[in-house]
Every structure is written in structure tokens, then in C-alpha cells.
Design a binder for this molecule. Structure first.
Ligand SMILES: [Zn+2]
Ligand SMILES: [Zn+2]
Length: 77
């Protein structure tokens, strides 16, 4: 049984959301900054923590520019 990286409790199949290569509770996969619920595969990540693409990731780690639709073009490591 995998443990949720957010709350460190076991994640059962029915409530599991897989993102960033980890298994999360559906209610635990939230943006670290604004607490918005995230959709697996369509959010950003920084140091293993989930963030929403807009506005949080862009504001915190992005280039600060406009006109970018997604995070696919940018990989910040
Ligand atoms: Zn959890
Ligand atoms: Zn956010």
C-alpha cells in the first residue's frame, strides 16, 4: 500500500490519484500554495510538490512573462 506523500497515510485504490510518479489521495493532490485541487497530469511540480500551472507555478518559478499556455515547453530543474 503506497503512502500519500502529502499526509503520509495509506492510499486505497478507490481514492488514489497518481501524479508525479506518486500516489495521492484525491483530496491531498492540491497546490502547495493556493490549495486548489489539482488534476493528475495537468499541473506543475517543484521539488516533488504539486502546484497549479497558473497562477502559482508561473508566479513562483516561471519566467514572469505572458503568452505561455502550458508548462510543457519549460522544464525547470
Ligand atoms: Zn493524503
Ligand atoms: Zn496554486
Amino acid at each position: 500500500m503506497p503512502n500519500c506523500p502529502k499526509c503520509d497515510k495509506p492510499v486505497y485504490f478507490a481514492e488514489r490519484k497518481t501524479s508525479l510518479g506518486k500516489d495521492w489521495h484525491g483530496s491531498c493532490l492540491r497546490c502547495e500554495k493556493c490549495n486548489r485541487t489539482l488534476v493528475p497530469g495537468s499541473h506543475a511540480e517543484h521539488e516533488g510538490k504539486p502546484y497549479c500551472n497558473q497562477p502559482c507555478y508561473s508566479a513562483l518559478f516561471g519566467p514572469g512573462g505572458f503568452g505561455r499556455g502550458g508548462s510543457e515547453s519549460y522544464v525547470y530543474k
